[in-house]
Design a protein around this ligand. Structure first.
Ligand code: SF4
Ligand code: FE2
Length: 635
């Protein structure tokens, strides 16, 4: 815990190793960027047209506006919502890819995929109004996939399907009244880019509302991605595995699955089971798969694949000298991986047409021959293993047990063992009895403006001490895995008395071979939709509007445009959202006040920026207590 760069004890020796070999990691590059440009940092640098960049110099006559006359509030608002457009495009395009695959399965065009979870398919079909009675599974799947694809191109006044099907009526009312209910995903994103074009909308509030509409498309894309991935590959159930660089094995062919999309990685898992013999023939003890970022979370949740590490430390997996191949798909993949791989035998294999890295190996993934593609990848890894330099192998002996796979369904299955009629009551009763204070969702990335993983660890353990039930996704969940918070020991070490009692009751009912964890890993970033389903369910059961539910979200180390989109739809759906880095909204008091204060009056949700983890935790607990107190007063 003494290293200022990271609190991850496996990362520290690897960073020292990088120094030894003279490789500058993302940690060095982050340092090299200091000091940051204040204009960019606070959001008052506009680069939207070729006259720019224009920077706001408040005291300089003529410099207090852009060349076109754009005020600080217009520039800040435009910049921030363009992040949302990027994030929302990424998540929803991922969802579209999955939907297209389900459609092709239903049409009998893909031999390597099938409908794995027909129960979920029927549940989703009923939810979105697709007829199921007496119909063939593939016919239902075709209609569900078509409905998902319709979300993208719709240009009429109809409301978007997944958002409306999942949300509570009072939330939908607010979205309709504020005119931010989307129709089609592509339409909302195109409109937002149009709205924020040079010489277009100058009204910051109108721009922010356009941004929220796009953020709701992010939610929609995520929700359909989660549903269709479950239908295709199965809905995760509790699994036991391990996390941190110690999950990489010196005697095996190691393959890291990195990125976000499970379409190929699921096939690699399948192929690896069949190809252990080939690895053994090459002299290895077998094939060992590990995950990085959300592709890792997808195969962890459904297949129990171990977590190697999270976003900021992805390079360090190569520095172990034992990573034979890193297969990457989309999002959060550092271009630097390839130059580091040159110092080793590691093959970086890009697989998607929109994500290539110059000089790396590109294997164009084709769903029509998905399993064969996966086998080719494994053979490349085995070939690389054969030339691995054992002198360079240095794997930190650090790993923690992970109990994960807590999709909403698997969580409710545990609750059902205590209350079969109203499973969610198990959670809401504990809140109403004061045993636990509420629910916190941890989501998001790593951001090297702070110490790697520190905000995640400190805020979560503080909340646990204060009896908050915690769920997590994405790189936040992976940080918790590496720090030993995704297992029963974490409960003993960090939970307050109320949370301990609550989890003990769940343990007694669950009847699992492993103890339940301190923090419940719900999956990848797109699975933030699962957490929102939980919040919606709590609201319904407690007879509350979402804006009153004791539920908060935190992105302690938010980094990507996707994180901005996720945070923004959380706010629109009524959730208070903590962000552990200062957002580039502070360059305009007006915009900053709208997203941190005014938003609460309108939506119930709001943002707050707090870089100090203890202060952030205190505020999150205060918010939960205030919501509980108000709810008690209303009775
Ligand atoms: Fe400058 Fe206006 Fe162009 Fe932005 S849009 S770069 S403020 S002239
Ligand atoms: Fe992610």
């Amino acid at each position: 815990m003494s290293d200022k760069r990271t609190i991850d004890v496996a990362a520290t020796p690897m960073l020292d190793r990088a120094k030894e070999i003279g490789f500058l990691t993302t940690f060095d590059r982050a340092k090299a960027q200091e000091p940051r440009c204040t204009f960019g940092n606070t959001g008052i640098c506009c680069r939207i047209c070729l006259q720019g960049p224009c920077r706001i110099l408040p005291k300089k006559p003529g410099g207090n506006k852009g060349i076109c006359g754009a005020m600080d509030y217009t520039i800040v608002a435009r910049n921030i919502v363009r992040y949302i457009a990027g994030g929302s495009a990424a998540h929803s395009d991922h969802g579209r890819h999955i939907a297209e695959t389900v459609l092709h399965v239903a049409e009998g065009k893909l031999k390597d995929y099938q409908i794995t979870d027909a129960v979920k398919l029927i549940a989703v079909a009923k939810k979105i109004g697709v007829e199921t009675e007496g119909r063939d599974v593939l016919a239902v799947a075709k209609d569900v996939a078509t409905a998902a694809l319709d979300e993208f191109g719709r240009v009429n006044e109809d409301e978007i399907t997944w958002l409306t099907a999942n949300s509570n009526e009072s939330t939908l009312d607010v979205l309709r009244k504020t005119n931010i209910m989307p129709s089609g995903i592509n339409l909302s994103l195109a409109q937002l880019l149009h709205q924020t074009h040079a010489g277009n909308d100058a009204d910051p509030v109108n721009i922010i509302f356009g941004g929220l509409k796009a953020a709701l498309c992010d939610y929609d894309g995520m929700a359909l991605a989660t549903d269709l991935s479950d239908i295709l590959f199965g809905t995760g159930v509790p699994v036991v595995t391990e996390a941190n660089l110690g999950a990489i094995k010196a005697d095996k062919v190691n393959i890291a699955l990195h990125g976000h999309n499970p379409l190929l990685s699921q096939m690699v898992v399948k192929a690896a089971k069949e190809m252990q013999g080939e690895a053994k023939t090459a002299g290895a003890a077998g094939i060992n798969l590990v995950g990085i970022c959300c592709t890792g979370n997808e195969v962890l949740t459904r297949e129990g694949v171990a977590i190697a590490t999270n976003f900021a430390t992805q390079e360090l997996a190569i520095l172990t000298g034992a990573m034979d191949a890193m297969v990457v798909d989309v999002q959060c993949i550092m271009p630097s991986l390839r130059s580091l791989a040159e110092c080793y035998h590691t093959k970086i294999i890009t697989t998607m047409p929109i994500m290539k890295i110059p000089g790396s190996y590109h294997l164009a993934f084709d769903e029509h021959r998905a399993l064969d593609s996966a086998k080719e990848i494994i053979r490349l890894a085995i070939d690389a293993y054969k030339v691995r330099d054992t002198e360079k192998v240095c794997i930190p002996d650090v790993r923690n047990t992970v109990v994960a796979g807590f999709t909403l369904e698997s969580l409710l299955n545990i609750f059902k063992k205590i209350n079969a009629d109203a499973p969610i009551r198990v959670l809401t009763d504990a809140i109403e009895a004061g045993e636990i204070k509420g629910v916190a969702l941890f989501a998001g990335c790593n951001n090297l403006k702070g110490t790697h993983d520190e905000n995640h660890f400190t805020i979560a353990t503080e909340l646990a001490k204060n009896d908050v039930f915690i769920v997590a996704t994405g790189c936040a969940a992976q940080a918790f895995g590496k720090e030993g918070l995704l297992n029963g020991d974490g409960v003993q070490k960090y939970a307050g008395e109320g949370l301990k009692k609550f989890i003990a009751r769940l343990n007694a009912a669950a009847g699992l071979t492993a103890e339940l964890p301190l923090i419940f890993h719900m999956g990848s970033c797109v699975d933030n939709s699962r957490a929102q389903d939980l919040a919606n369910m709590m609201a319904k059961e407690m007879g509350l509007d979402n804006r009153d539910v004791p539920y908060v979200a935190s992105a302690p180390e938010a980094m990507s445009e996707k994180a901005v989109a996720i945070g923004s739809w959380n706010v629109a759906l009524g959730n208070p959202v903590h962000v552990g880095v200062v957002a580039p909204t502070v360059g305009s008091t007006l915009v900053n006040d709208v997203v941190t204060k005014v938003a609460e009056d309108v939506f119930g949700g709001f943002f707050f920026w707090e870089t100090d983890p203890v202060k952030a935790a205190t505020r999150l607990v205060d918010i939960l207590e205030e919501r509980n107190w108000k709810n008690a007063m209303r009775k």
